[in-house]
Design a protein around this ligand. Sequence first.
Ligand code: SF4
Length: 284
Amino acid sequence: KEFRNNVKPNWCPGCGDFSVQAAIQRAAANVGLEPEQLAVISGIGCSGRISGYINAYGLHGIHGRALPIAQGVKLANRDLTVIASGGDGDGFAIGMGHTIHAIRRNINITYIVMDNQIYGLTKGQTSPRSAEGFKTKSTPEGSIESALSPLELALSSGATFVAQSFSSDLKQLTSLIEEGIKHEGFSLINVFSPCVTFNKVNTYDWFKENITNLDTVEGYDSSNRIHAMTKLMETGGLLTGLIYQNKDRKSYEDLVPGFRKEPLAAQNPAITAEEFEKLVAEFK
Ligand code: SF4
């Protein structure tokens, strides 16, 4: 079970994305997958490179479109474990429409967002996750927009698995990805993944000082959506751990009438060549 390949990541030394890569590789091995049973589909941004750094099927897609591609892969082959990944700009700006609808559709894939609260690949502009007042090259006087709260949005969109972690906590991150893979439905895992080159505010130290880890909160019930929403609001979203899981709702694939269990490629044709020709003739 070797999920490492020979490609050397060209992320900056210290970038949080290294840990996310390691956590995906460990989680895939821990749940017993073989490389040919995993597909990693990514969007555009520094984090989008991750699909090329993991020994599995992979596709480095286009900006904001990791989720439509990942959903297509899953629907074509239910036997594959599908992980979609990208940055906060990719998933919560240009890709936000896809994110919301993939959440409410509840297709059985895992979406890992590397949230560094800035656009790194384009050298440091405000992202949807940047805080109000955050100064960047695109907002030299400070951002005048409020930061998006993706997990609250996910909860109100019908999410069945919502988790958050931090690149520094490889153990927790790996364990959450394992749980996300095992979850029968859409799992969203947001990861605070510092951009050490362009974000000098939301640093490793800043997260360490400000994060509340749910593993240390007594009596928290991750099956209670009101608890989840309340705790997120209390902490300004700076909460890590399994925030919410609903194990009762069926996945999209299980709800589509007649959707077959075997991959498309393994199915016998639904109609014969002669029947197909006859059907085409009717429309001529
Ligand atoms: Fe990571 Fe930022 Fe460097 Fe991109 S620019 S590789 S996000 S540290």
